[in-house]
Ligand binder design. Structure first.
Ligand SMILES: *[C@@H]1O[C@H](CO)[C@@H](O)[C@H](O)[C@H]1NC(C)=O
Ligand SMILES: *[C@@H]1O[C@H](CO)[C@@H](O)[C@H](O)[C@H]1NC(C)=O
Length: 366
């Protein structure tokens, strides 16, 4: 026994990445790898996604946007400037543009002005100066289908879900010339359906191909409501106005609107601060009732984004211990999943700290 344990220990210690992971689970808060293991690798890169799977993520998360020629890619920003080497490509210098985005002039190299082939000639760059820069210039922007392929090659016993955002649909539909009367949402959905991501939440089919469709834009989720059974998540940002429907934050989190949207979505994805606000001294303020309001309507809550080093300090109440922050959200507030830049740390937290939450899916049958 001792030798077996020792061997296991050596195996774990000796390998940079985990040699096994648990099968897809629904009985604990989901580990949602925000843009992959983005704390380690350039966000939304193939390496970030593969590492997240090794580390135990239940879902790999991606922002889906579109190219000039109507191909879908995994990329967060509308402009390429912050996370690619576009500035080192003189052949594209004339592409710099200013467009109005949510009423504000934004200047940069917009992904919608580049074909997929052109975008593939660029290389990703780490967004944050205090993260590992050694992958800069080495990785390409993956397409939506290349991203799905990463999830599908993980063996059946290690099924990983995909958690995909319809990003900036108003802007994308305005700038991309779609054919055959389609729009961004249709093309997005066609790709999911091509790979059989189309089942109702928690059914056998869904457990085989776990997916969440997320958006900050309610009209995209409402549009897809009748076109796919796949579960949908409404993302919520405090102090903002939705870019499609121009709804205020207060309106989105009102009882009436949550009543309405709970017929369309299975959950909400609020910023952490919408649940546990922080004051200007970096101390926690009293928690809001948003989790309770969502749970009362059978909605799951998947807050974002947990990260331990990106550029912000943890609120001081957590004693500089990121597990305390996870614990506050998981055990005290009983959220149903977390978006984390460090799927490794959330996996370790789930294994090593007891999870007291009594919540078990599906909550609507409670
Ligand atoms: C954007 O810039 C243009 C050109 O400088 C200007 O005419 C326009 O008013 C600006 N729009 C906004 C929303 O700031
Ligand atoms: C979409 O579904 C809603 C109910 O969920 C229904 O009222 C509406 O008629 C449907 N629309 C279409 C176009 O099928």
């Amino acid at each position: 026994m001792f030798y077996v344990s020792l061997l296991l220990l050596l195996l774990l210690a000796g390998s940079d990445c985990r040699v096994f992971r648990f099968p897809f689970q629904t009985n604990e808060p989901y580990n949602i790898a925000h843009r992959g293991s983005s704390g380690e690798f350039p966000e939304e890169s193939v390496l970030a996604y593969k590492r997240a799977i090794e580390e135990g993520a239940d879902f790999i998360e991606a922002d889906i946007t579109a190219t000039k020629d109507g191909k879908l890619i995994c990329f967060h920003d509308l402009i390429l400037d912050s996370v690619t080497d576009v500035h080192d490509h003189p052949e594209f210098a004339s592409r710099k543009q200013t467009y109005v985005v949510d009423g504000v002039n934004v200047t940069g190299y917009f992904a919608v002005d580049f074909t997929l082939e052109e975008l593939k000639s660029l290389r990703l760059i780490q967004r944050y100066p205090n993260r590992d820069q050694s992958y800069n210039g080495k990785l390409q922007i993956p397409t939506f289908e290349e991203f799905i392929a990463i999830a599908l090659v993980s063996p059946k016993s290690e099924r990983v879900g995909i958690y995909v955002e319809i990003k900036s649909p108003t802007f994308i539909n305005h700038h991309v010339k779609w054919t055959e009367g389609r729009k961004f949402e249709d093309v997005f959905l066609n790709i999911l359906k091509k790979y059989d991501y189309n089942a109702k939440y928690l059914t056998k089919e869904w457990l085989h191909k776990p997916v969440f469709i997320q958006s900050f834009d309610p009209s995209s989720l409402i549009y897809l409501h009748n076109k796919t059974s796949s579960p949908k998540i409404l993302l919520i940002a405090p102090d903002s106005i939705t870019s499609d429907t121009k709804q205020t934050y207060e309106e989105i989190i009102s009882d009436d609107y949550l009543d309405y949207i709970s017929k369309i979505v299975v959950g909400i994805g609020p910023a952490k601060e919408a649940i546990a606000p922080v004051d200007s001294n970096n101390k926690l303020l009293p928690v809001t009732d948003l989790v309770d309001k969502a749970h009362a309507r059978g909605l799951e809550v998947h807050p974002w984004t947990f990260n331990h080093e990106r550029n912000l300090l943890l609120p001081f109440d957590y004693h500089q211990d990121p597990y305390r922050e996870y614990d506050m959200f998981v055990n005290t507030l009983e959220v149903d999943g977390v978006f984390t830049d460090s799927p490794e740390s959330f996996e370790t937290y789930r294994r090593e700290w007891r999870i007291f939450s009594k919540r078990k899916r599906p909550y609507k049958n409670e």
